[in-house]
Write a protein that binds this ligand. Sequence first.
Ligand code: PAF
Length: 283
Amino acid sequence: MLHLREPEQMREWSRSQRHSGSTIALVPTMGALHDGHLSLVSLAAEHADRVVVSLFVNPAQFGEGEDLASYPRDRERDVRLLSDLPVDVLFLPVESDLYPEDYSTWVEETSISRLWEGAARPEHFRGVTTIVTRLLLAVEPDLLILGQKDAQQVAVVRKMMRDLLIPAEVVTGPIVRESDGLALSSRNVYLSEDERGQAVCLSEALAEARRLVSGGEGDPAVVLQRMRERVGQEPDARLDYVAALDPLTFDPVDTLRGNILFCLAVHIGETRLIDNDIIDAEA
Ligand code: PAF
């Protein structure tokens, strides 16, 4: 596994691979890797000849008062985990490479990114779309591999790439969960033991939605109310939002027909967690 730091070196490597006929998949990460990330690396290797994993904690996607300073960082462990996987390049840019002092250009999607996560975290998606664009320009991959856990990020990045005619294809990997249903997230390490127990309310609220929808419930308000009630059973849980959405536009639906994205964001103590599930209301 080659370690590259400078965007220009990265691009040179990619171009030489493409010249010799190889396809390239990029798995962008902020490190603090878990099995969800590792499953994306395996997915990348299934779809492309060469795999690049980028590791960069992107300050621009953290709002004021968010956890940039405390975001878990363990480079040695990340490198160890990746060295058992089919990774060709670990791209490790530093802040001054990606955001030099005079940096002044931002990439902003202005529709989907204003809703839900974007409403709760203004500027978050602007930071994401800017860094993803820079990574795409440095790596020039054929495929961009993203996790479905961040469903809205996937939708915003897809829209941004379509709007800007960025030719890479987006491939998504399913959410990876603990045995009790908690979706893997780098932020789960913030949870105390007690909070970790309570955090299962997100996946259980989604499981309740699935039960209701497959039982024929057609009114999103009924399902969302039951999800709220499940979250409300935990003493340290504070619901940020719960929604039943069109998975492409992220607009709320008023009847349950076809594929519906159920998603929620919940504070468990100080930790904000998100989860989602696409449920086929006709299945
Ligand atoms: O999903 C993440 O870890 C980040 O938002 C990403 C895509 C690596 C951009 O910093």
